[in-house]
Design a protein around this ligand. Structure first.
Ligand code: NAP
Length: 255
């Protein structure tokens, strides 16, 4: 499905990361992968899991709060690979202590960093990736959550950041559409990852989904990987500006 395509995937922290499951699925379907890591500490853990890919990926450091590092990532891809067909944005950040308590206690400092990492960085990456997609039908994919449109206890500033991210998907789709590129998001159900463990009451969210979702079960991260392959491949060539739920049908239920 992805033979001949090369993609940049950001957001692999460890083997539980959603971005890792997308990387594995993309690799399985024949894509060549470029991965980023945020810092040296994470790199050591990553090296152990990368053996599972069919070929060693190009690995680059990228903290998205550092504009210079983002520039360097795309310069390296231009020099070492030459082009890109897709980009996966699997990043989010909020201070853990603000993922509990009332939303109105969000500090300006945390609002700014959450928005920067979780929403703004997607536009910043798209802008830099477009020149590497010249003449190709590129695909951009990000990850969001139902907390963008409904109140989810303790999700707080991340809800506002995901709402900004989802609006960005629509505006970016209009920006890059004339060049033949698509921009979409997967709104994933809860998955136990490092980022998710920062949300107070996360275990309870899993129980509620298992009980009330249409499929009456939780989601596997591999199922997000499979859905991502659709967006990264030409099968989704007429789909853009879309937020698609991959959540066992939880979003569709009333009570
Ligand atoms: P994860 O494994 O913890 O991944 C989050 C990634 O963001 C980590 O690799 C993290 O690196 C990275 N990151 C944070 N700040 C960064 C920065 N300044 N520069 C570069 N990278 C940075 O958690 P995940 O659950 O897979 O999250 C992936 C995406 O899925 C997020 O957008 C999340 O909101 C979304 N999502 C998750 C769920 C869920 O239930 N897990 C549901 C819906 C949507 P560090 O570890 O170094 O901070």
């Amino acid at each position: 499905m992805l033979k001949g395509k090369t993609g940049l995937i950001l957001g692999v922290a460890n083997k539980r990361s959603i971005a890792w499951h997308i990387a594995r699925a993309a690799d399985h379907h024949g894509a060549k992968i470029v991965l980023t890591y945020q810092n040296e500490r994470l790199l050591r853990g990553l090296e152990r899991i990368l053996e599972q890919l069919s070929e060693p990926p190009l690995l680059l450091q990228c903290d998205v709060t550092d504009e210079g590092q983002m520039d360097a990532v795309f310069a390296s891809i231009r020099d070492q690979v030459g082009h890109l067909d897709f980009l996966v944005h699997g990043l989010a950040f909020s201070k853990r202590e603000e993922l509990e308590g009332p939303f109105h206690d969000t500090t300006l400092e945390n609002w700014q960093i959450a928005m920067q990492v979780s929403a703004y960085s997607f536009s910043a990456l798209v802008r830099r990736a477009v020149p590497l997609m010249e003449g190709r039908s590129g695909s951009f994919l990000t990850l969001t959550y139902l907390g963008a449109e409904r109140v989810i206890p303790h999700y707080n500033v991340m809800g506002a950041a995901k709402a900004a991210l989802e609006a960005s998907v629509r505006y970016l789709s209009a920006d890059v559409g004339p060049r033949g590129h698509r921009v979409n998001a997967i709104s994933a159900g809860p998955i136990k990852t490092l980022a998710a463990s920062g949300v107070k009451g996360f275990g309870q969210m899993l129980e509620v989904v298992a009980e009330r979702s249409a499929l009456k079960r939780n989601l596997g991260a591999d199922e997000i990987g499979d859905a991502a392959v659709f967006f990264l491949s030409d099968l989704s060539r007429a789909v853009t500006g879309e937020v698609m739920f991959v959540d066992c049908g939880y979003h569709a239920m009333g009570i």
